[in-house]
Design a protein around this ligand. Structure first.
Ligand SMILES: COc1nc(N)nc2c1ncn2[C@H]1C[C@H](O)[C@@H](COP(=O)(O)OP(=O)(O)OP(=O)(O)O)O1
Length: 167
């Protein structure tokens, strides 16, 4: 099983709530919008991974203590656990987003998140994450590798979960 992260920096611009998304330029989910993120490296905690991936992909610096854990997503493919994804959000960061070979960053109004250009599961959990809730979800795909070509089948979502035991 793969362990991965997503990070959603937030800001308020003249009363409009925005979230930093990326257009993924390569790899899993290429061409789709997502948050900055990626796979954990050996010995890394999810929080450390989210900080590193956000720096690598869009150049923002985040103190790990400023990340708020918002979701745990269990992505299953053909009945097997495929990816456990830890989702964080933050309003505290340094720097301006810049593009990288992996990602083109874009500030998007929370009311205008382009769910039609994202993973199919995102519309089921990201609105709650952007509304400040905590969620845990299981999302089942069928049809074999790669995951981004499989069909979304069904899901279960729990709201108001606690991540007090986060490592
Ligand atoms: C199945 O649904 C998914 N939805 C969303 N929103 N995001 C997903 C889903 N499945 C995987 N992801 C995320 C998790 C990671 O943030 C990325 C995939 O990361 P990638 O494979 O690109 O990992 P890197 O470490 O950045 O890649 P390199 O090996 O190229 O360094 O997608």
């Amino acid at each position: 099983m793969i362990e991965a992260t997503l990070c959603f920096p937030r800001r308020d611009v003249d009363g409009t709530e925005e979230v930093l998304l990326i257009e993924k330029r390569r790899g899993l989910g290429e061409g789709w919008y997502n948050g900055p993120g990626g796979k954990l490296e050996a010995g890394e905690t999810p929080r450390e991974c989210a900080v590193r991936e956000t720096r690598e992909e869009v150049g923002l610096e985040i103190d790990p203590a400023d990340l708020e854990k918002a979701a745990e997503l269990d992505f299953r493919l053909d009945g097997e656990r495929h990816t456990l994804c830890h989702v964080f959000r933050t309003r505290t960061f340094a720097g301006e987003p810049r593009p990288s070979p992996e990602a083109r960053p874009e500030w998007v109004a929370v009311e205008a998140v382009p769910y039609d250009r994202m993973w199919e599961d995102d519309r089921l959990w990201l609105p709650a994450v952007l509304a400040g809730e905590t969620v845990a979800g299981e999302f089942r795909f069928v049809g074999g590798e790669p995951l981004d070509e499989a069909d979304f089948a069904d899901h279960a979502l729990e709201r108001g979960v606690s991540f007090a035991d986060e490592r």
